[in-house]
Design a protein around this ligand. Structure first.
Ligand code: NI
Length: 175
């Protein structure tokens, strides 16, 4: 019964809110949003989605790294639902790489992120999970996590000249 929802775009107020902690994972409204996040993400070429992107201001995200035309070098993984996620960097080391966002189509930018992080979250059944993430998947997590705090990746860009069009990004990748 899940449906593809509209992905709200840059300028939508909900993308700037601090999302609410989920208190009852089993509530139908929460489970419905989770199902719609998975269905909506599967309808795109994205590698992650956060609940605020479908106008549901809850602390829930999906990380779903997979290779695609958008991210040719992305590792393959099962879409993973993370509820009330937290993270801390394992070291202060950051690296910059290209990101995009389903809420900001047509744009890519270089964004510094922690290389290695330790995360914890509740899964869809309410089990507590702890994991170490590194590289691209750690990047996706940090990008989606920012959505829960009303932050967008463009807020993290160090130099406006690191913001480019997707067309020019494709040329860059083809080199
Ligand atoms: Ni995004």
């Amino acid at each position: 019964m899940s449906q593809v929802r509209e992905i709200v775009q840059l300028g939508a107020e909900v993308l700037r809110l601090t999302a609410a902690e989920v208190l009852d994972i089993h509530a139908p409204v929460i489970q419905n949003v989770l199902s719609d996040m998975l269905t909506t993400l599967a309808d795109t070429h994205g590698v992650g989605i956060a609940a605020p992107q479908i106008a549901a201001s809850w602390r829930m995200l999906v990380v779903a790294s997979r290779p695609s035309a958008r991210y040719p070098h992305a590792p393959e993984m099962q879409p993973t639902i993370m509820i009330n996620p937290r993270f801390e960097p394992v070291s202060t080391a950051k690296e910059s790489d290209w990101e995009g966002c389903l809420s900001i189509p047509g744009i890519r930018a270089l964004v510094p992120r922690y290389k290695q992080i330790k995360i914890s979250y509740l899964d869809r059944a309410g089990n507590a999970v702890e994991q170490h993430l590194s590289g691209f998947i750690a990047r996706v997590f940090q990008h989606e996590y920012d959505h829960l705090d009303g932050l967008l990746y463009l807020d993290r860009v160090l130099d406006n000249r690191d913001i480019i069009s997707e067309t020019e990004f494709a040329k860059l990748m083809a080199k």
